[in-house]
Design a protein. Structure first.
Length: 295
């Protein structure tokens, strides 16, 4: 999860919490931040532990789907994010993840499969995490979304004014993005997905990048893709990392969480994107680089 920059205010100036959430965001600096699976408004502690493997699965050849929660998702996102996912999945950015393979699974470059606009059954503007999971299952059942396999990752993008609550925190107030898994569904098993709110409105004040909504999208989604690939079934807040978790620190930070203040570039033949730095276990440091795509 990537936390919003504003959560710092809540932690350090509690008597001004409701005011500081927005005041601190105005003092915007272009840094990407994340906490656990969630892209959030708070800096996690400095990296003290190398990430460790807890025996779970990884996404060895991720297949990314961009899922638009209805037709009102930002048009720039609908137009551009598929090209970004395709560039990211087939790039040297993914080479970093090879070290997080397991005895049974290597991690290779992935693919962007396609973008899909769904017609949500749940039309509420205030959603819980379970609502999102129930909607995904319903869309699988009716055939709008391709049914998942062990490498599927559904990046769910929401329209403006839709708020999602996960683990007691609200999108664009406490977090900017969150990757999770539907755990052991009777029909579909484990299903990796991420929730990406609209980067206008409150998110535009605290969710990083160079000040434009689409740069915030590429920062936040690169973080969530990296963590979903290396730790798709991550523990929740307050849970001790254990099977079926993948690669994570003993205090529940994933490879994006350890590097939330760093931004790198991803270059294609025609476009340069902002992406978040990720933790490199081989050097015990965040990897900051100009990554290149095969596209």
């Amino acid at each position: 999860m990537i936390m919003t920059q504003n959560t710092k205010s809540i932690l350090f100036v509690s008597f001004l919490a409701s005011f500081c959430v927005f005041f601190q965001a105005e003092a915007y600096t272009p840094t990407a931040q994340t906490a656990h699976a969630r892209v959030s408004f708070m800096d996690p502690p400095p990296p003290a532990n190398r990430v460790q493997y807890y025996g779970g699965t990884v996404l060895s050849a991720v297949k990314i789907y961009a899922v638009f929660w209805g037709p009102k998702v930002n048009q720039e996102v609908q137009t551009k994010v598929g090209d970004f996912y395709a560039a990211l999945a087939d790039s040297t950015y993914f080479d970093l993840f090879k070290q997080y393979g397991t005895k049974d699974q290597s991690i290779n470059h992935g693919t962007f499969v396609k973008a899909i606009v769904i017609k949500p059954i749940n039309t509420s503007a205030k959603l819980e995490q379970k609502d999102v999971e129930d909607e995904l299952v319903a869309q699988f059942d009716q055939g709008t979304l391709p049914k998942p396999d062990s490498n599927s990752l559904y990046m769910v993008h929401f329209p403006p004014k839709v708020q999602i609550t996960a683990f007691g925190g609200h999108s664009c107030q406490q977090w900017c993005g969150d990757h999770e898994a539907i755990k052991n569904n009777a029909k579909y098993g484990y299903v990796a997905y991420a929730m990406i709110p609209d980067m206008g409105g409150a998110c535009s004040l605290g969710c990083y990048g160079d000040g434009t909504p689409f740069s915030s999208i590429t920062i936040v989604t690169s973080h969530e893709v990296a963590e979903a690939v290396t730790d798709p079934v991550s523990p929740g807040p307050g849970e001790t990392p254990a099977f079926p978790a993948g690669w994570i620190t003993s205090d529940a930070n994933e490879i994006g969480d350890l590097c939330v203040s760093g931004e790198s570039h991803l270059k294609t033949s025609t476009v340069t994107y902002l992406v978040q730095d990720e933790w490199d276990n081989s050097t015990n440091a965040c990897k900051n680089d100009t990554f290149t795509s095969n596209l």
